[in-house]
Unconditional design. Structure first.
Length: 307
């Protein structure tokens, strides 16, 4: 989660490629059981946390998350936690001690993922790219953006949002017209995102109605239930929400944020966070959905996808 200027960020991502974990984000293949490990990070409460996600699985299994100290010698596991799950996100935490750490997750079905090592300073909360469905990340603005990628601007996985877009109750929540996807402020986020992608040589993203429905429903759900996470209160991941909206993806990712007052501010916040920036500048994505809800936040969700 990234915090800056009263804003928070979080990120997550899933890709139809290998299982290596990048900057706090892991990759997973749709349609098959995968696990993903997020890099350990120092949270705002001064603890080291690491998350693992299991997604696309049809059977339950014991899913274990370990935080490992990157130093020579035996018995380097400093924290371990497990839970019997089918598809879920599991987080473990321990009091912070400066050092280098990485996380390892396994589901006892032969699926293993390991994050890259990261050096942690207990005096400085670190941005994280939260795992998404299999990695994911989360972003909630408040005070300068601080990452919390799920790949958490963050996650760092709220009651289940409905698959459809909730009826707008405040100005700016309704699409600008019957044929256009999204509101004016949501489309400005899309435009600014494509400006950044153009600088990196990536093709522009298309604002997809299904991804927009999933993104808006999640922002509305976080607003209504007063939480900030890639994982809904009912346990659904962003990948679950995207699928429920009818988007059949091969790769997907999510950035979320809270507290940013303008489209320019939230896009800049995401671009200032490595994990969120990585999602925005991933040239493999072809579609995007943006959901903005002002009440209690504002809350922002970006869902990326490739079919």
């Amino acid at each position: 989660m990234n915090r800056a200027l009263g804003a928070v960020l979080c990120l997550g991502s899933l890709a139809a490629v290998g299982m290596a974990a990048g900057p706090a984000q892991a990759e997973a293949q749709h349609g098959s059981c995968r696990v993903a490990a997020a890099k350990p990070h120092v949270d705002l409460d001064g603890k080291i946390r690491a998350a693992g996600s299991r997604a696309g699985c049809t059977d339950a299994a014991r899913f274990r998350v370990r935080i490992v100290n990157s130093r020579p010698g035996p018995d380097r596991v400093v924290k371990s936690g497990s839970k019997v799950v089918r598809n879920a996100r599991v987080v473990v935490a321990l009091p912070c001690v400066d050092g280098a750490y990485y996380s390892v997750v396994t589901d006892y079905r032969g699926h293993v993922s390991r994050s890259k090592p990261v050096r942690l300073d207990c005096d400085v909360p670190t941005p994280i790219t939260s795992p998404t469905s299999s990695p994911r990340p989360s972003a909630a603005p408040t005070a300068p953006p601080t990452a919390v990628p799920s790949a958490s601007p963050s996650a760092k996985p709220s009651a289940k949002p409905s698959a459809g877009v909730p009826a707008p109750t405040t100005p700016g929540t309704a699409p600008t017209n019957g044929s256009e996807v999204g509101t004016a402020i949501e489309n400005e986020v899309v435009r600014l995102t494509n400006v950044e992608r153009a600088k990196a040589g990536c093709a522009p993203l298309k604002h997809d109605a299904r991804l927009r429905a999933a993104a808006y429903a999640h922002s509305a759900d976080m607003s209504a239930k007063n939480y900030f996470d890639h994982t809904s209160k009912d346990g659904r991941s962003f990948a679950d929400r995207i699928t429920a909206a009818g988007y059949r993806w091969r790769a997907a990712a999510e950035n979320i944020a809270k507290g940013y007052s303008t489209a320019q501010a939230v896009v800049q916040g995401w671009m200032n966070s490595p994990g969120h920036r990585q999602n925005i500048l991933n040239c493999s994505y072809t579609d995007i959905g943006v959901g903005y809800v002002a009440a209690g936040g504002p809350y922002w969700t970006q869902d990326f996808g490739r079919q």
